[in-house]
Structures are given as structure tokens and as C-alpha cells.
Ligand binder design. Structure first.
Ligand SMILES: Cc1cc2nc3c(=O)[nH]c(=O)nc-3n(C[C@H](O)[C@H](O)[C@H](O)COP(=O)(O)O)c2cc1C
Length: 356
């Protein structure tokens, strides 16, 4: 990871489009941060905590965004918020995602997270969850363009670090305003965009579309990241080629498969295909991940948080559900590690043939 000029708000942005078209393998920058690759980990509440982000970075994700952090200051002191807001030195750049609907509160939340070490602030306008949209936050904001403008302007002016926006293609298929929002973001000084190719009302249904991503890439000079249903090296290559996006962001496909980043990164950079890691490596990855979860959340919450990850890893290893179910019971960290190790010891190398 290297940095560009500290005076990034000027020349870096205006020169960006030329660099993108001139060099197809150009790695994007976010303000002063030049990324080391073109596959990024998507923020996922309840999943992309510090242990998972660090693991995905080790496997080749060029950036990992925190889980969303509410802009409501009354929620900051809860244990859950403290866990979510924990960023580590080795995450460089450290990206905190904020969610809310009030420009003043979001600007304050941006300042607060920068004080706590965030080096990039990402604004969430993509979450379709009722809990979030009922408060007119997340993707609900896309229906109110003047409010979007006020939020973007307020947050960009509140902090010295780059501000990015993650959003959807619009409130509904009848109203796709991704290009209008992208132009607004660029005008406001947003440093990069991530577009998930679904509208708010689609939630996670149907398939992501990338024509909107392509339209946004044509409309703005700032870097654009394509997101939605990218689950393999070929899909990543296809989406980059179709859209002209600068990078891809991967979410659900990395659950239980953090090595996917290595496969995508290597394919995008060199055109070569990496074999799925050996069974021994995958087992070790799961056990190390478990240890880090236990260390981060402690004896009580650690094993509870770990369960969903165990399930995803074992699904990816094609372990029969009847062997997975007993591992979903409440237990202590050491007992959980032993039970998982025991389950893994019964696997042989055969499932390693499954593609990354
Ligand atoms: C469980 C879950 C939690 C998510 N939490 C967030 C979040 O906190 N912030 C955000 O911007 N997007 C969130 N998303 C959306 C993802 O970042 C991503 O846009 C979406 O899953 C599509 O990408 P994928 O097909 O690669 O998973 C979440 C998605 C899931 C499945």
C-alpha cells in the first residue's frame, strides 16, 4: 500500500479518468490511498468484524470496510457498537462505514470515527433492511435526492479524510437514479463510489445488473467499484470488462471462503488460476479464524458469533448437515475448537477439488 500526494483533493481526482482509460490494469485510489488490488471485501453487518476483515486482507482483499456504525451517538457506548467500531493499525487504510439520515449527525459521526482512527469514511446508502430504512437511512435515502446532497456535502466538509459512498441503483426498478447520485457525489467531493446492482425494493432478490454500474463509470471521473453477486474470478473479470469499473467488491461469496480473494486477485492481476487451497490450509484457516473470534469477543460471545462462520466453512467443505448441527450448540471456546477440529479431522482431501 502506498500513498499519493497529501494534496489529493485536487489533481488526483481530475486526472483519474485519464489514468483509468489509459491503463486497464490501473489500481484505484481512494484519496491518498492507492489500493494494492482490485478486489475488496464488502461491509456486512454481523460478519465483517475485525477478525474477518483481517483474515480477508491476508487472503488478498485490497480493502475491507467495517460493519455499518449508526450515526446515533446514544448507541456508541453499547458493547456491540464498540466491537463494530474497532479498527486495527494493520487495516491500512482503515474504513469506517456510517449509517443515518441526519446530515448533522452523520457529519459528527464521521468526525468521531476519524478521531478513533478511521482513514476513510464510507456512507451507507445501500442497506435495504427495514430496521434501517424505517429510519429513512440506508437505501431509503435514495428517494430523497436533496437530502442525499446535504448528507454528502456535510460529511465531506466535516473530515479531512476521503469520503466514499456505497449505494444501490435507486429506490425501485422504475426509479433508477444511480447516475444522478453519482454526479452529485462527485460534485460534493466524494472520493469513490461502490454501486450494488440492485434497487432498494429488490433487496437481495433476482440478479444484480451491471448496466447501471457501466452508466455510472461513464458519468463520473472518480473511481467506481462494482458490487453484487460476484462470486468467482471469471465473474469478477466479466464485470470489470462489462462495466469499466475500477474494482469489484465481494460480500456473501467470501463467507466461509476467505481464500476467494486470493483466487480473484491473482486472476485479475495475472490471468492465472489459483487452485483452491489444500484441505489442510482450509482447516487451519478456520481454526485460526475461530481463535481470533474468541480472542476478540471473549468467552461468552465468541463461540456464539463463531457459529455462523463455522457453518459457512463446513458448507464450503461439503460437510454433511448432520455433522454441522451439533456444532451449533452453545459451548465454551476451547470445547468449540476441539469439536470443530474433531469434525475437520474426519474429512479427507477429496473436497479440495471444489473450485475456489
Ligand atoms: C448479512 C449482510 C449484512 C450487510 N451489511 C451491510 C452493511 O453493514 N453495510 C453495507 O453497506 N452493506 C451491507 N450489506 C450489503 C453488502 O455489502 C453487499 O452490497 C451485498 O451483499 C451484495 O454483494 P454480494 O452479492 O457480493 O454479497 C450486507 C449484506 C449482507 C448479506
Amino acid at each position: 500500500m502506498q500513498t499519493l500526494s497529501p494534496d489529493w483533493r485536487g489533481p488526483t481526482r481530475s486526472g483519474y479518468a485519464r489514468a483509468r482509460t489509459a491503463q486497464p490494469d490501473w489500481n484505484m485510489n481512494i484519496g491518498p490511498w492507492k489500493l494494492s488490488g482490485r478486489v475488496l471485501l464488502a461491509p456486512m453487518a454481523g460478519i465483517t468484524d475485525l477478525p474477518f476483515r483481517q483474515l480477508c486482507r491476508q487472503w488478498g482483499a485490497a480493502l475491507a470496510v467495517s460493519e455499518m456504525l449508526s450515526a446515533d451517538p446514544t448507541l456508541r457506548k453499547t458493547r456491540k457498537s464498540q466491537w463494530r467500531a474497532t479498527l486495527a493499525d494493520d487495516e491500512c487504510p482503515r474504513v469506517a462505514q456510517i449509517a443515518g439520515a441526519d446530515p448533522v449527525a452523520l457529519a459528527e459521526a464521521a468526525r468521531y470515527n476519524v478521531q478513533r482512527g478511521a482513514q476513510v469514511i464510507d456512507i451507507n446508502m445501500g442497506c435495504p433492511a427495514k430496521k434501517v430504512c424505517n429510519r429513512m437511512a440506508g437505501s431509503a435515502l435514495l428517494a430523497d435526492e436533496p437530502l442525499v446532497r446535504r448528507i454528502l456535502t456535510a460529511v465531506v466538509s466535516a473530515v479531512e479524510v476521503p469520503v466514499t459512498l456505497k449505494y444501490r441503483t435507486g429506490p425501485s426498478p422504475e426509479r433508477r437514479n444511480a447516475v444522478a447520485i453519482a454526479r452529485m457525489a462527485e460534485d460534493a467531493g466524494v472520493a469513490a463510489l461502490t454501486l450494488h446492482g440492485r434497487t432498494r425494493v429488490q433487496a437481495y432478490q433476482g440478479q444484480a445488473e451491471y448496466r447501471s454500474v457501466e452508466a455510472v463509470c461513464r458519468a463520473v471521473d472518480i473511481p467506481v467499484v462494482a458490487n453484487g453477486d460476484i462470486d468467482s474470478p471469471d465473474k469478477a473479470r466479466q464485470v470489470l470488462d462489462e462495466t469499466g469499473a475500477d474494482a469489484v467488491m465481494v460480500g456473501r461469496a467470501a463467507q466461509g471462503r476467505p481464500w476467494l480473494f486470493q483466487a480473484i486477485h491473482t486472476y485479475l492481476e495475472t490471468g492465472t488460476r489459483v487452485a483452491t487451497p489444500s484441505l489442510a490450509v482450509r482447516k487451519q484457516t478456520l481454526l485460526t479464524h475461530l481463535r481470533e473470534i474468541h480472542r476478540f469477543y471473549g468467552d461468552w460471545m465468541g463461540p456464539r458469533i463463531a457459529r455462523k462462520h463455522i457453518k459457512w466453512y463446513l458448507q464450503a467443505l461439503q460437510v454433511d448437515r448432520c455433522h454441522v448441527q451439533p456444532l451449533m450448540q452453545p459451548t465454551a471456546p476451547e470445547a468449540q475448537r476441539v469439536a470443530v477440529a474433531d469434525c475437520l479431522s474426519r474429512l479427507n482431501e477429496a473436497p479440495a477439488a471444489a473450485p475456489a
